[in-house]
Write a protein that binds this ligand. Structure first.
Ligand code: ZN
Length: 314
């Protein structure tokens, strides 16, 4: 009697608990993790493995420093340092952050699909052997599958200037207060990953360019640009000093309209003073960092520039 009574009391409890566990087990895997809500267009690409139209994604021409995360689960997938311009119409990376991207055969039997390893969100495809970069790999990713998180130091700004041998431009900018770092490289050409030797032929169209990273709270872009016109001769039309050739021409690469207008204003000021300014204004594109032996050249060698000297012009 006693046992029967106890069982009668416990059966509803058992039923309730069983029902509870059955429900939990029946819940789709994705419901257990916290995922971001997706718009219908995001769902079409991320869940239904669609493809966004080329050249329409918001990160195709994104060049800022930072990381790219999964739109659906937030996992960190790619770094801006691995992004390159493939001109294919989708953001392209030659590497992914280790074990964050899963590769699997596409149902088309030809391509290799890539997914977020954490949540299975469709990202795009990966291609090999196209020769874009030294890693010979292109992760071709839909912008809509990702979010971009700018780097922590996004209070810093960047200017790009070409004014002859980049060793000298770098050397002079390192003396300027408010400048945090300078790298030398190549910009404005029509090939990817150019080498110094290739640029020296003048056939790739690149200019020897300095990437100047500065703190806008300490120095304005205008003053950074003004300094540029005073550390090289902006009136020399065929190169700089003894360095003659396309790659040594004077160029301000502007990232936006504000920078362009600033440079135009400075050039107009110089022209008013009688300088025949030969400096070109070009829209900034991918900055290809030069080989390590070109970085900090004068600091490493203890020499001083032969063709760059500060001259007050404003
Ligand atoms: Zn994910």
């Amino acid at each position: 009697m006693e046992i029967n009574k106890l069982l009668k009391m416990l059966i509803p409890e058992f039923l309730f608990l069983t029902l509870f566990f059955v429900l939990i087990a029946a819940m789709p895997e994705e419901k257990k993790m916290e995922y971001n809500n997706l718009t219908p267009e995001e769902k079409r690409v991320i869940i239904d493995k669609g493809t966004e139209m080329p050249f329409t994604g918001k990160y195709v021409n994104e060049h800022a420093d930072g990381t790219y995360t999964c739109k659906r689960c937030g996992a960190v997938l790619f770094k801006s340092g691995d992004k390159f311009d493939s001109h294919c119409g989708w953001p392209s990376f030659d590497d992914a952050i280790p074990s964050t991207v899963k590769k699997l055969p596409d149902p088309d039997g030809i391509r290799t699909e890539i997914e977020c390893a954490k949540c299975g969100a469709h990202l795009g495809h990966v291609f090999y052997g196209e020769g874009f970069t030294s890693k010979d790999t292109r992760y071709c990713v839909n912008s809509i599958s990702m979010n971009f998180m700018p780097a922590e130091n996004n209070n810093l700004d960047t200017g790009y200037f070409a004014g002859g041998c980049f060793w000298g431009v770098e050397y002079e900018y390192r003396q300027l207060k408010g400048v945090k770092s300078v790298r030398v490289g190549y910009m404005g050409g029509n090939t990817s990953n150019p080498t110094y030797e290739e640029v020296c032929t003048s056939r790739t169209g690149h200019y020897e360019t300095a990437e100047v990273i500065f703190n806008p709270e300490e120095i304005s872009y205008e003053n950074v640009a003004k300094y540029f016109f005073e550390i090289h001769d902006p009136t020399q039309a065929n190169g700089q000093g003894p360095d003659i050739g396309e790659q040594y021409l004077s160029v301000v690469f502007y990232k936006n309209d504000t920078e362009k207008k600033t440079a135009e204003k400075l050039i107009a000021l110089l022209k008013n003073k009688g300088y025949k300014v030969a400096t070109k204004l070009l829209k900034a594109d991918k900055f290809w960092k030069a080989e390590d032996y070109h970085q900090d050249y004068y600091k490493k060698t203890g020499k001083t520039p032969y063709c760059h000297v500060y001259t007050k012009r404003f």
